[in-house]
Design a binder for this molecule. Structure first.
Ligand code: LIP
Length: 270
């Protein structure tokens, strides 16, 4: 039953409901000024706030109430195996540093895997309430508050030299320095870069035509699951250094640009 189109659409509706509720909580719970750090993780500049944790608890509670046999993999809590074949991949606040500083680019990102394949994705920018949704094989859509869903089709620039590239830098210094050197090389080949601070929103921006390409090293499954499906369903090709996108490297570009862009990224030493 979980594999039918009707089941996917029902999962998509539930995912959007949960993401909307979580995004509303994120903004309602945010105090004025800078949000205090509760703990750091991979490095002293890799923060988690109490609101990250509380938001993931809210999402997990809604999933358990609606679909008690499903598994959950989340950024802030222990993995839950489940026995339904459905696993929820959750980043309660993607762009935590942006959230801390009050930069309006932080998102609730929820992907839903069925038998190991992400079939549903939802990214809600908690600051702007822009929503991005995708069901595998049924396209990707963006919706602004009060508006109707608009189907997304990624746009390729006229040439690689005109590509606006989204990227990010890792919390771990050694990885960040490696990325900085590679981005410096890449800048010789493209228009410019933008560092938005949320992988999920960067991938949705690519789907929406606000970026032409994307590259980042160090993404976790919860950074990539939902935004990666939105991008793929808008006509974006995603790849890793030697195959599928993963933590080692995630590259993304519209089909017409992909081969040249991927070769250039590899040549720049990412
Ligand atoms: C963030 C990613 C972003 C990356 C940041 C961080 P978080 O996830 O979405 O692309 O550059 O370093 O990893 O930590 O805010 O959930």
């Amino acid at each position: 039953m979980t594999g039918t189109p009707a089941a996917h659409e029902a999962l998509a509706a539930l995912t959007l409901d949960i993401a909307r509720e979580a995004a509303a909580y994120v903004t309602s719970a945010r105090p004025p000024g800078r949000v205090p750090v509760a703990q750091t993780k991979s490095s002293p500049t890799d923060p988690v706030t109490e609101i990250d944790r509380a938001t993931e608890e809210l999402i997990r509670a809604r999933i358990a109430a609606a679909r008690p046999g499903d598994g959950v993999v989340g950024e802030e809590g222990e993995a839950v195996a489940g026995d339904s074949g459905v696993v929820w991949v959750v980043d309660p606040i993607d762009g935590t540093v942006n959230f801390m500083y009050g930069i309006p680019a932080f998102a609730v990102s929820i992907g839903v895997e069925i038998d190991g394949v992400v079939e549903v994705g939802c990214v809600v920018n908690a600051a702007t309430k822009e929503e991005y949704t995708a069901v595998r094989g049924n396209g990707a859509y963006a919706r602004t508050p009060g508006g109707e869903p608009v189907r997304l089709a990624a746009q390729a620039p006229p040439a690689l030299s005109h590509a606006l590239v989204g990227t990010g830098f890792n919390y771990v210094l050694a990885t960040r320095l490696h990325q900085a050197r590679a981005v410096t090389s890449l800048l010789e080949h493209v228009r410019d870069i933008r560092r938005g601070g949320s992988a999920a929103l960067d991938l949705c921006a690519l789907a929406q035509g606000r970026l032409d390409a994307y590259v980042e090293q160090g993404l976790k499954p919860w950074d990539l699951a939902a935004g990666g499906l939105v991008a793929a369903e808008s006509g974006v090709v995603l790849a890793g250094l030697t195959g599928r996108p993963d933590e080692r490297l995630t590259m993304a570009a519209p089909t017409a640009l992909a081969a040249e862009y991927f070769a250039t990224v590899r040549a720049c030493g990412f």
